[in-house]
Design a protein around this ligand. Structure first.
Ligand code: UD1
Ligand code: CA
Length: 456
């Protein structure tokens, strides 16, 4: 039977031990709420619907996902246990559906593992487990003499011999909705926590003669959740290690996988080299052979093939065609566009600035709201005065212009093709093409001038 898949994500818990006003499932890993990672994994299975059981911080949790209006929300006003939480969503789910329960605070779960759980479950119940070094706190997978899963016993309810079992429940369970409704209806609260345990469905299904399958996760870390800030920090490290691995798989050389952070999506071409302590945010594309120096922060940017970013550069919302040099210590802000063979060097800040091919600003400049042609040389200390205190204005610098050092371009202003601006110029009117324009007090030498002498 081909059943429509309904994913139910449990996210009603408070997370007291986080010591934070933010609801637990909104705590971030890689700058995204824990729950966002779980929802993304759920969506990768292309389910008919994703249901989120919420409770603590409900409005805040729903507001964080307002951009995903197809999510179905089920309120669990009182947290009476994982079984009770699933019951809150079940009335919305047709009996013929296949239900997959995920935990909202376990962001490392891989879709490959979930697909295996669904396959192994077939028409019965499926559970994902993991073998861990320290099973403390987890529900234990109790297998019978044949090795089949007989029941799951919570840590607090387990006997000393059961405590020794190191195969633990991930919290992920799959079952046909109709059967799950029936089994949950039989679950009691007679346990050490007085809760309605979802895990009790295992023994109930077995007693009914239904098939019960336990699938072991390939990576034990997949089941990790976060109850406190230290565990959250550990999740972040696991996540970042995977992200570094994905960069390597795409063809990047990552000089130290423990010193690169990916807080978004990074696509890299072959032969990319990433030095230590770089942070990527949002959507970043690095073309083949691009090299990123140490300590860079790169957000929502596309760097074409062969772009070299020297250390400690901060890039956001910019694009570069390739074969260009950026940094060290460059700050490229949104709307920066570099054609090929450009250079934006030490302590240069750009914003809404377009550079034509072969143009260079090598040192100490601010270039904002600027159209710069090709083969332009911007001298050290050049500043576009783009803001009059109220409005922003454009500076246009045409092809082949040479801008001398320490020049101020008071916008709106235009420098014609092939012009030269003398060092120290404050340009307030357009400069004509192919000529030298200069504003500078003439240099003079004072005849007979004498150095003052110290009075006795
Ligand atoms: C649960 C499992 C345990 C498993 C472990 C994996 C049960 C009874 N136990 O234990 O076998 O090893 O997860 O981490 O299922 N939640 C609600 N409403 C509730 C209770 C919980 O939404 O009433 C949510 C929590 O927000 C959390 C998840 O369900 O995201 C798991 O709840 P938690 O209390 O952490 O379960 P554990 O005791 O850790
Ligand atoms: Ca837990």
């Amino acid at each position: 039977m081909n059943r429509p898949l309904h994913v139910v994500i449990l996210a009603a818990g408070q997370g007291k031990r986080m010591r934070s006003p933010l609801p637990k499932v909104l705590q971030p890993v890689a700058q995204q709420p824990l729950l966002a990672h779980v929802i993304a994994t759920a969506r990768s299975l292309e389910p008919a619907a994703v249901h989120v059981v919420y409770g603590h911080g409900g409005d805040e949790v729903q507001a964080a996902f307002s951009a995903q209006p197809d999510l179905r929300w089920a309120l669990q006003a009182e947290q009476l246990g994982t079984g009770h939480a699933v019951q809150m969503a079940l009335p919305e789910i047709p009996d013929e559906a296949m239900v997959l329960v995920l935990l909202g605070d376990a962001p490392l779960m891989r879709s490959e593992s979930l697909k295996r759980v669904l396959e192994d479950a077939g028409e019965g119940l499926g559970v994902l487990s993991a073998r861990v070094a320290d099973p403390t706190g987890y529900g234990r997978m109790v297998r019978d003499a044949d090795g089949a899963l007989a029941s799951i016993v919570e840590h607090k309810d387990a006997s000393p011999s059961q405590h020794a079992i190191n195969e633990v429940n991930s919290g992920v369970i799959a079952a046909p909705a109709g059967a799950l409704k029936r089994w949950l209806g039989q679950v009691g609260q007679d346990n050490s926590q007085g809760e309605i345990y979802l895990t009790d469905c295992v023994a109930i299904a077995r007693a009914e003669g239904a098939s019960v399958a336990a699938t072991v996760a390939e990576q034990a870390e997949e089941i990790l959740g976060a109850n406190d800030r230290w565990q959250l920090a550990e999740l972040e490290r696991h996540y970042q290690r995977r992200a570094a691995m994905a960069l390597c798989e795409q063809g990047a050389t990552v000089l130290d996988p423990s010193r690169v952070d990916v807080r978004g999506e990074v696509t890299v071409g072959e032969g990319v080299v990433i030095d230590v302590n770089t942070i990527f945010e949002g959507t970043v594309v690095l073309g083949a052979g691009a090299r990123i120096g140490a300590g860079c922060v790169i957000k929502d940017s596309t760097l074409g093939p062969g772009t070299r970013v020297a250390p400690y550069s901060v890039l956001e919302g910019m694009e570069c065609e390739g074969d260009s040099d950026i940094g060290p210590f460059a700050r490229l802000r949104p709307g920066t566009y570099l054609a090929r063979d450009c250079k934006v060097g030490n302590f240069v800040e750009t914003k809404k600035a377009r550079f034509g091919e072969g143009s260079k600003a090598s040192h100490l400049s601010y270039l904002g709201d600027a159209q710069i042609g090709s083969e332009v040389n911007i001298g050290a200390g050049t500043i576009t005065c783009n803001y009059d205190g109220v409005n922003k204005h454009q500076t246009v610098i045409e092809d082949g212009v040479f801008v001398g050092s320490d020049t101020q371009l008071v916008a709106p202003v235009k420098v014609g093709k092939g012009a030269t601006l003398g060092a120290g110029t404050t340009l307030t009117k357009d400069a004509p093409a192919d000529q030298l324009t200069i504003t500078r007090v003439r240099q003079q030498v004072i005849d007979g001038w004498q150095k003052p002498v110290k009075k006795r």
